[in-house]
Design a protein around this ligand. Sequence first.
Ligand code: ADP
Ligand code: MG
Length: 966
Amino acid sequence: MIRQAKGKTPRRAAKKPSNNQKDPVGVYCRVRPLGAEDEECCIEVISNTTIQLHAPDGLKANRNGEFKETQYSFKKVFGIKTTQGELFEDVAKPLVEDLIHCKNGLLFTYGVTGSGKTYTMTGSPGQGGLLPRSLDMIFNSISPYQAKRYVFKPDDKNGMEVQNQVDALLDRQKRDSQTAVPKTPTTRRIDPEFADMISQEEACKADGVDEDTSYSVFVSYIEIYNNYIYDLLEETHIDPIKPKPPQSKILREDQNHNMYVAGCTEVEVKSTEEAFEVFWRGQKKRRIANTQLNCESSRSHSVFIIKLAQAPLDADGDNVLQDKNQVNVSQLCLVDLAGSERTSRTRAEGSRLREAGNINQSLMTLRTCIEVLRENQMCGTNKMVPYRDSKVTHLFKNYFDGEGKVRMVVCVNPKADDYEETLLVMRFAEMTQEVEVARPVDRPICGFAAGRRQRNQAFKEELTRRLEERGGPLDGESPTVLNQLLQSFPPLPPCEISGPNDDVTLPRLIEALEKRHKIRQMMIEEYNKTANMLKSVLQEQDSNLLSKENFIQEQRGKLGEKDKMLQNQKNEIDRLEKKSKMLEYKIDILQKTTNIYEEDKRSLQHELESREQRLQREMSEKRRMEARMQGIVTDSKLKWEKECERRVNAKQLEMQNKLWVKDEKLKQLKAIVTEGKPENRQPQRPSREKDKVPAKRSASPSPVPSTYIGSQSSLSSLEPIYNFSQTVRPDPHFLRPGSVSVASCISEWEQGVPQSRRQGSQSPPDCRKRAQGLPDSLSRRRGRCWAREVPVQPAEVDQEETGHWTGPPVRPLHRRSHSAGGERWVDHKPTTNVDLDTVLQPNIPNAIKVNAPNEKALSKCDKYVLTHQELASDGEIQTKLIKGEVFKTRGGGQAVQFTDIETLKQENPLAASRKRRSSETGPDCELNERDWTDVETRCSVAMEMRAGSNLGPGYQHHGYQKRRKP
Ligand code: ADP
Ligand code: MG
C-alpha cells in the first residue's frame, strides 16, 4: 500500500510494525478450449481445484514412462466453459474491492503463447477480460464520490498531492482549452472499436465504499520488452515520415521503498470508457512500437496500473481535506506476461534469439525469485531474492517483499504441442502457490464523523428547496404558508378615498399599516428568536450526535481490532492445524519406514539364524568327517605299520639266514684255506691284516661299516653310506640325487634308529641271538659318509652282485696327506643359515668357503665342515659343525666321511637348569629315550665307538662332553 504523507512519506518499516499475517499467492488455472485445428487434448479438469495432464501419444512412445498422468492443484480451476464474468468474480473482484479499501493488488496471467493470457486479461469484443471489468467495477463503486479532476495531482516521485479548488479549476480550464475533450465524458459516445468490451449489464459494485471520501483514478500503461521499460501513454509527437524509436524508462524507489517507473505518464480518468480508451490508446501505441522494434506482442510483458487516490472530505463534507497525510493511494497492477515458451520453440535466430533469451531471462528471474522466496519462507533462510535481475521482478518487488494480494492466472492450452511447456508452467505454478505475501492492513479511520457527504448533500438540497420556495411568491404563485401568514394580520380598512376632503381614510390606513408593521416586526423578532433557539438546540443535537458517532466509531474500531485478533487466532489455529497435519503425515511416513526396516531386520535375522544353523550343521558334519577320517587314518596307519613290521621281520630273518649261510661258507672256505695253505697265509696277504676286520663281520657284522661303500652288509644295516650313484643304491627311498642334504641324511638316520631297535627286539629268538652279536648301538653309531661318486665301476657292481669283498676300502688308500701343506678345509655354509649373534663362532683358517659342496673344492681339501642349523627340542636354534674327512674314491671322485659333530647351542641358564633337573629326576628309560633322539649325542657316541675300533685313533668329540654316556 502506498500512503502519502505531507512532502515526506514515512518509511514502510515504521508504518507497519504489527502486520505478520500472510496469505499464499493465489494461483488459478484457466483451460482454454482446443483450437479448431488441434485434435489431441492433454488436459482434463478433474475437479474444480485439480487438473490432470496426459502425455500426448507421441511423447509416451518416445520417453518410456517419464511422462505419466500428473495432477496439479490450484486455488481454483476454470474449465473451458468458464465465462469471463465468472472468472472476474473469483479472481479480480476481490482485488478491486481491496483496491477501493486502500490495499494493493497484483494480478498476472502466465502461460505459453496462445494459451489465452491476453484473452483473459483484455478479452475480446463482447467478452471483456479482467481489465475492462475491473475498471468498470471501480467506477461503478466510486463514481458518485469522485473528486473533481486535478484535485489529486501525482507528484513525480510516486506520491500524490491535493490541490486546492482554485488550482484544480485553473488546471481544468487549461485542459479544456488545450484539448477538445468534452466536459462530460460519461455521456460521451463510446469508441466503437472497443465498445463491445465493456458491458453495462454485468455491472458490479464494491461493498463498503466510504462515502465521506473523495476518489480519483489514475492509469498508466507500460510495456517491458527486452528488459527495457516503455511508457505506452507518453504523449509524443510521432513523426509519420521518420518515426523515432520509443525511449525506455528507468525504475526508481520512492521514500516508502516502493518501486515505480520514473517519469511514467499517469492519466486521471473519470469513467470506465475513458479509462479503457486510454488503455486502447496504449494498445495501439504498443502495436506501433512493436512494429518499430520488430517484436511480437507475445514476447513482451504489458503492465496496466490502476492507481486509486482517496482522501477524506473535510468536516463540512464539501471539499477534499487539504492534508497530504490523509491521502491514500492504492494500486492494482494487471500484468499480461510474455509467453513462457523456451527458446527452442520460438525458433529464433540472431537478435531474435537474444530477445527470446531475454524473455526467458525475465521469466526465469521470476521463477528464481519465487523459488528463493519460497525457500526463505519455508526454511527460514535469508537468501537474497534476485529481484533486480529483471525489470519485471524488480518492479513487483514490493508485492512479494511488502504486502498486498498477489494472484496469478495460469493459462493453459490443452493441445498436444504445448504439452512439455505446459508441464513447466504447471511446476512453476505449483511452486508459486507456496509463496506467502503479507496481508495488507486496514486503513486507519480518519477523525471526522461519518456521513458528512450525505449531510452536506441534504443541506444543499434543502437550501435549493428553500430558495425555490422563497422564489415562489415572487413569481406570482400563492404559497399557502404566506397566505395564511397574511391572513393572520388584522384586515385593512377600506382604502377608497371618497373625495379630496376625505381625511379619515388615509390616516386610518396609515394606522392599520403601522399596526401591521409592528406585528410584522414582532413576528420577525419572534421568528428570529425561535430560529436562534432552534439553531442552538440543533447545534447541541449535532454535537451530541457527533460525540455519539465518534463513540460508535471508536467501538467499531475496537470491534475491528477484536475481529482482527480473532482472525489472527483463527489463522494461527489454521497454521497449527496444518502443521500438525504435516507432522502427522511425517510420523506416518516414519512409521512406515520403521516398519519396513523392522521387516528387513526380521528377515535378515531369520536369514542369519538359518545360516548359523547351516553353519552348525556343516561344522558338525565336518567334525564327523574328521573323526571318520581320523579313524580311517589310524586304522590304515596301524595296518601299514603292522604290515611293514611283518615285512621287515621277514626280510631280516631272510637276510640273517643268508648271512649265516655265507658265514658258514666263509668258515668252510677259511677252514679249507687254513687247511690247504697254512704256510702261505702270512706272506700272501700281509698288508691285509688290518683289513681282516671286516671279515669278522660275520661274527660281529660291520663294526665300521662306513668304510664299505656299496657292500651288501652296509646296505642291510640301515644305509650308513650315502652314495650319489644310483646304481649302487637299491632302496629308492634313499636315492634322491641332487636333493640329498646332510641334515636330511642325519634325520633319516635318526628316524631309522628306533625302527631298527624295534626290529631287533622283535626278531625271532635265533635271529636275535645274531643280532645281539651286532650291538644295537653300532648301527646307529655309524658315521655318515657323503660321497660323490662318478659312474660306478663294473668291479663294484660285481662285488655287489656277488657279495664278495674283493678290494680294500677306499678311505685308507686315498686319504690325503696331512703333511702336504697342513689341513685344508672346505667350509660349507648353506645360504639358508641365519646369522646368530653368538660369541663362539667357528673360525677355520685357510678354508675354502662354499655354499654347496662341489668337487673342485673337495679335491683341493682334505677336511670338510658343514655348518648346519636346526631347531633344538627346547625351541632354541642350535648350530652343528659336522666335520668330515675328504677321500679320493677309486673312481676318481671325492668322498667325505663324517667324523665329528660340534654343537653350539645357546641356552637360557634358568630354563636349562630346570630342564636338567627334571631330566635328572626322571626315570632312566626316559633319559635313554631322549638321548637316542638327540643327533649330537648319537654322533658323539659314534665317535667313541670309532675311537675304540680297529681303524685306529679317531677324532675325539669334545663338543658335548656332558652327554657322553657312562
Ligand atoms: P496469449 O495471449 O496467451 O498468447 P491469446 O489470449 O492471444 O493467447 O489467445 C489466443 C487465441 O485463443 C485468441 O484468438 C483467443 O481468442 C483464443 N482464446 C484464448 N482463450 C480462450 C478462451 N478461454 N475461450 C475462447 N477463446 C480463447
Ligand atoms: Mg498475448
